[in-house]
Design a protein. Sequence first.
Length: 184
Amino acid sequence: MATNTTTKSGVVALAQQLSAGTDKHLTGTTTVLLAGGSYTAADITAKLQSIVKLRTDVDAAKASAQAKLAVETTDMPALRSFMAAYVAFVKAAFVGAPDVLADFGLQTKARAPLTAEAKTAAVAKRKATRLARNTMGAKQKKAIKGTVTGIVVTPVVTPPPAESTPIGPSSPGPGGPTPATHTP
């Protein structure tokens, strides 16, 4: 029976077979001389079992590591966003205390002041960007008025109310007829 001893699982399979064969055929032998040493059947079986144990321990550790990696993959985004929120809180709470921020492992960004050339370049760049985007300030926007072309707008004028003169006798009010006054 040919056993593949080039793979780790093949080495483990061979060690298990050798251990079983040793238990079956060499238990009555007192010692075996191997590689400059003298070994009993129990010593040989123990060494072969240590090969099997090492491989099973490694496989178990790999499975455990893969399970932990899966947990990390699912939990890490929420934990990182929590940490980012906490960092923002700490920076806001201790903005004027760089020594306290250093205790948290954070440092303030020291901004170097701009040189005169850099300021001039920044102003020119802002002006060019404003011109390119056609952005305007509030006063400039207020000065722009729209014109309507192609549509005729007719103003609607309502005539003033005409004075009405009663033609006949006035009608009695809600209290009944009013007494007539006659002047000669």
